[in-house]
Design a protein. Structure first.
Length: 101
């Protein structure tokens, strides 16, 4: 019991009660509940990663839309695409496939 009184007299008695309540309330607010600092940080990190993913897919959509438009409008581009992707050929042509190891 003497140790508790010594601790109180040494540390707690010097603090103002209002400061003590404020400090406890701030610590409780920052660490407990659904909106603590750790969860907020993880949510912000998730938001940043999803925004990067959105940006990546928007860029991909833009590139693919441009390619699709080129295929629809450019006959030579369509022929080149068909030759490269589907190994199509002209009637008098030979194709040699080279496989990479």
């Amino acid at each position: 019991m003497a140790r508790i009184k010594d601790f109180y007299n040494k540390y707690v008695s010097r603090l103002n009660v209002y400061w003590l309540v404020t400090i406890v309330a701030v610590i409780f607010t920052l660490t407990a509940g659904d909106s603590n600092l750790y969860k907020r940080y993880t949510y912000d990190e998730k938001i940043r990663s999803l925004e990067k993913e959105i940006k990546y897919y928007q860029d991909e959509i833009e590139v693919n839309s441009k390619k699709l438009n080129d295929l629809r409008t450019d006959k030579e581009g369509l022929e080149r695409f068909a030759r490269e992707e589907y190994f199509m050929k002209k009637p008098n042509e030979d194709i040699y496939l080279i496989k990479k190891k």
